[in-house]
Design a protein around this ligand. Structure first.
Ligand code: 13P
Ligand code: SF4
Length: 317
C-alpha cells in the first residue's frame, strides 16, 4: 500500500482505508478546506451527507452540522475532529425555551435554522439554511403563523423578502456575524465606492446594506445578501474589481480561489469563528487515526428531527 509522506497524504490514505468522506464548511481553515473531499455551505454539505455511501463521514465544521449529518445518515459513523466545536447561535435557544414558545402559538409552523441542536430540531416542522430560508417560509400557507428561530437577522431578512406579517422571530444571534455592524459596512462602502457588497443574512449589518442601497449610497444591484454557497456562485460570475465580504473570514479562501481576478476584502477582518477554528490539521489527523470524536444523536431525537431536516434538503433544489 502507499506510504504517506505528508500530513495531506496521511489524511487521504486513512480516509481511503476507512472508506471515509471528509466534508468541510466554507469557514474552516484553508488547509482543511483544501484536503476535504467536499467543501461547501451547510445546505450543500447536508445534501452530500444524506447521499453519501461512505462508511464514515468526517465533518470538519461545528457540532450541529455533524449532528445534522448523523440525523440524515443514522447508519453511518459520523466523526468530528473536536466535539467542543459549538455554535453561539445554536446555543441561543434550548428545547425547553422552544416548547414554551410553541405553547404560546399552538397552531404555528416552526421553522428552525439548521444552526440548532438536534433536540430543537426534534420540535421543528421544517429546517432551513441561509440558502433556502425564504423558499422554506414561502412553502408555508400564507394564513399560517410561523415561528422562525433562532437568528433575528436572518429572520428579519426573510420577513423583508416575503413581506410576511405573521412571522414571529426569536431574538438569537451569532456572535461573529452580529459583530459585523452597519457603521463598519457603511465606512468600508464609502471608502470603496465601486465595490460590490456580499453580505451574509446572519450579519448585524444586513439591514444596513439594504439601507445603503435604498438611500442610493450604493447602487442596489451591487448589494447582494447571500449564503456562503450563494457568495461562491456570485464570485464565479464576477471578474475584476473589489468585493467587500461581510461574513466569517474563512470564506475568503474559497472566494479567492473561485475568482482570482477579484479583490475580495473582509468588511471586518476580526470576524473569525473560534468554534470553526477548533478544527485544526492535527485534530483532523487524530480524528482519522483514533476515530474520534464520534457524534451520536439519541435515536428517538433523530427520528423526530429527521422529517424537518429532510424537508430542508428537498426545498430549494
Ligand atoms: P451557510 O454556510 O449556510 O451560509 O452558514 C453560515 C454559518 O454561519 C454556518 O455556521
Ligand atoms: Fe455558529 Fe456563528 Fe460560528 Fe457559524 S460563525 S458556527 S453561526 S458561531
Amino acid at each position: 500500500s502507499r506510504i504517506p509522506t505528508t500530513w495531506g497524504d496521511e489524511v487521504r490514505e486513512l480516509a481511503r482505508q476507512a472508506n471515509a468522506v471528509i466534508l468541510a464548511h466554507n469557514y474552516q481553515v484553508p488547509e482543511i478546506q483544501d484536503i476535504a473531499h467536499h467543501t461547501g455551505d451547510s445546505l450543500a454539505l447536508s445534501r452530500i451527507a444524506a447521499a453519501s455511501d461512505a462508511d464514515v463521514i468526517v465533518f470538519c465544521g461545528v457540532h450541529f452540522m455533524a449532528e445534522t449529518a448523523k440525523i440524515l445518515a443514522p447508519e453511518r459513523t459520523v466523526l468530528i475532529p473536536d466535539a467542543n466545536a459549538g455554535c453561539s447561535l445554536a446555543d441561543s435557544i434550548t428545547a425547553d425555551q422552544l416548547r414554551d414558545w410553541k405553547s404560546e402559538h399552538p397552531d404555528a409552523v416552526v421553522v428552525s435554522y439548521v444552526n440548532t441542536t438536534a433536540a430543537v430540531k426534534a420540535l421543528t416542522d421544517i429546517c432551513c439554511t441561509s440558502s433556502n430560508a425564504v423558499e422554506v417560509v414561502e412553502s408555508i400557507p400564507a394564513d399560517r403563523e410561523v415561528l422562525f428561530l433562532p437568528d433575528q437577522f436572518l429572520g428579519a431578512h426573510v420577513r423583508r423578502v416575503t413581506g410576511r406579517k405573521n412571522l414571529h422571530i426569536w431574538m438569537g444571534e451569532c456572535h461573529v456575524h452580529a459583530g459585523i455592524n452597519g457603521d463598519e459596512l457603511a465606512a468600508r462602502a464609502a471608502a470603496n465606492p465601486d465595490a460590490e457588497l456580499f453580505v451574509h443574512p446572519e450579519c448585524g449589518c444586513a439591514t444596513s446594506a439594504l439601507y445603503l442601497a435604498g438611500e442610493g449610497l450604493v447602487p442596489a444591484e451591487r448589494v447582494k445578501i447571500l449564503s456562503t454557497g450563494g457568495m461562491l456562485d456570485a464570485a464565479r460570475r464576477t471578474t475584476g474589481g473589489t468585493v467587500l465580504v461581510a461574513t466569517e473570514i474563512g470564506m475568503l479562501h474559497q472566494l479567492r480561489q473561485a475568482s482570482p481576478s477579484v479583490d475580495f476584502q473582509p468588511v471586518n477582518a476580526q470576524a473569525s469563528c473560534r468554534y470553526m477554528k477548533m478544527i485544526t490539521p492535527e485534530k483532523l489527523l487524530r480524528c482519522l487515526r483514533e476515530r474520534r470524536d464520534e457524534v451520536l444523536v439519541d435515536p428517538e431525537t433523530a427520528a423526530a428531527a429527521r422529517t424537518a431536516v429532510q424537508r430542508m434538503i428537498e426545498i430549494g433544489q
